[in-house]
Design a protein around this ligand. Sequence first.
Ligand SMILES: Nc1ncnc2c1ncn2[C@@H]1O[C@H](COP(=O)(O)OP(=O)(O)OP(=O)(O)O)[C@@H](O)[C@H]1O
Length: 230
Amino acid sequence: MSEIVLDDVHVRREGRHVLRGVSVRLTERRVAVIGANGSGKSTLARLLNGLVTPTSGRVLVDGLDVRRHGRAVRRRVGFVFTDPDAQIVMPTVAEDVAFSLRGSGLSRAQVRDRVAAELARHGLADHADHPAHLLSGGQKQLLALSSVLVTAPDLVVADEPTTLLDLRNTRLIADRLAALEQQVVLVTHDLDLVDGYDRVLVVDEGRVVVDDVPAVAVPAYRTLMAAPVR
Ligand SMILES: Nc1ncnc2c1ncn2[C@@H]1O[C@H](COP(=O)(O)OP(=O)(O)OP(=O)(O)O)[C@@H](O)[C@H]1O
């Protein structure tokens, strides 16, 4: 597993304090991040591969400072977005997965084999030459996941990857994430998804206010959400 360290991380965006002194060390295989809309979850997730840089404090992945070693960190950290359309860049399914391997130094044949294996793993082999935009929402998210996994990252960060999906596809993506060998950091509003996770961070107003196993963190989050809005 990777070691992810956030050391007194503050993020300000346009004068707003989005994260306010987050310090955590994450080494568990399955980590979930839950919390209200606008609490700072996506910002926290995006710090892990340098999509967002801290205003102050440090983010380290396996000892590498994300600010200084962005490229090396991005090779280790795959990121799955909420909307797969934002992530799918090439016309066909196979081309999209192959695009992730550009600059990898692999031969054409090696790329073809890796892409085929990845698509087969996710039940997309029959769609290899289909236009990516014709896939269903669930298939698109599987494609986005394939394009991330083909690079063999050590860590997969997924920011609400099921929000746009129906119940069946939500289950499908949740099961795929659960089955990954890799370490996963999952941001979600779907509390069913965090069952079986090793650790759940509850983010509220830019701070980690609960950090515990699901059986403790999820009820604490429900209680927090039931409290009157300040
Ligand atoms: N680039 C930005 N510029 C200005 N404000 C931003 C920016 N990015 C995020 N914010 C603000 O920071 C706060 C936290 O945003 P973030 O997307 O991290 O929340 P979230 O917990 O993921 O929310 P949601 O559950 O709605 O996706 C929000 O109030 C948001 O408006």
